[in-house]
Design a protein around this ligand. Structure first.
Ligand SMILES: C[S@@+](CC[C@H](N)C(=O)[O-])C[C@H]1O[C@@H](n2cnc3c(N)ncnc32)[C@H](O)[C@@H]1O
Length: 188
């Protein structure tokens, strides 16, 4: 069976476009950013994090792979709509904190909620957003509950939402994948 990262990458590969526009809403160490840059070699990737250390690590990884189709942005994903990115072909959230780093700098419910809503409004028809959640720490558990409630309420005539979880590993990561299949006015 696929691990969480494999699952999110495959879901995005299925709707991948070589000239697409993608957003990594939680850059971290840059692994997902690198994946998206390779998915869209003729497109563009925008990647957000609030920690300079994440930008440093990611720039290093991109340089090692001779990647240049990426904009690294030192800002909260809750401000993603301020960067004139336009509509996107896909996006990823990998919530929580940077491994081996300050665990207090973690994603938090208010900005996560705002950013996920912004991301949903950015999705083109046929585009997919993945959100990986880590319920093994308290804020992650609460983010997961919040997102489950919110994403369950999305209009079934506009979005499909998948919930992928190992139900016999209560503390392990799980994923929501949201596909937009019809245009709609922005979610408020
Ligand atoms: C689990 S890590 C991401 C892992 C990353 N996608 C990778 O492939 O290595 C979560 C990241 O979210 C970042 N983060 C926390 N709050 C944020 C916010 N409001 N906006 C953007 N990034 C945030 C953290 O600094 C951390 O680097």
């Amino acid at each position: 069976m696929e691990r969480i990262t494999e699952f999110t990458h495959r879901i995005l590969e299925e709707c991948g476009k070589a000239d697409g526009i993608y957003v990594d809403f939680t850059m971290g160490g840059g692994n997902d950013t690198l994946f998206l840059c390779k998915l869209a070699p003729n497109g563009r990737v925008y990647s957000f994090d609030i920690q300079p250390a994440a930008l440093d690590a990611t720039q290093k990884l991109l340089d090692q792979n001779s990647i240049s189709n990426c904009s690294l942005i030192l800002d909260s994903h809750a401000n993603a709509d301020k960067y004139s990115i336009g509509k996107i072909d896909g996006g990823m959230f990998n919530l929580g904190y940077l491994p081996k780093s300050d665990k207090s700098i973690t994603t938090k419910r208010p900005s996560t909620f705002a950013a996920v809503k912004i991301a949903l409004n950015m999705l083109k028809v046929g585009a997919v957003l993945t959100v990986a959640v880590y319920p093994g720490h308290e804020e992650g558990r609460l983010e997961g509950e919040m997102l489950f409630d919110y994403l369950s309420s999305l209009d079934k005539y506009i979005f499909n939402v998948i919930y992928y979880r190992y139900i016999n590993h209560p503390g392990s990561a799980f994923v929501f994948a949201i596909e937009r299949f019809r245009p709609s006015p922005d979610l408020l």
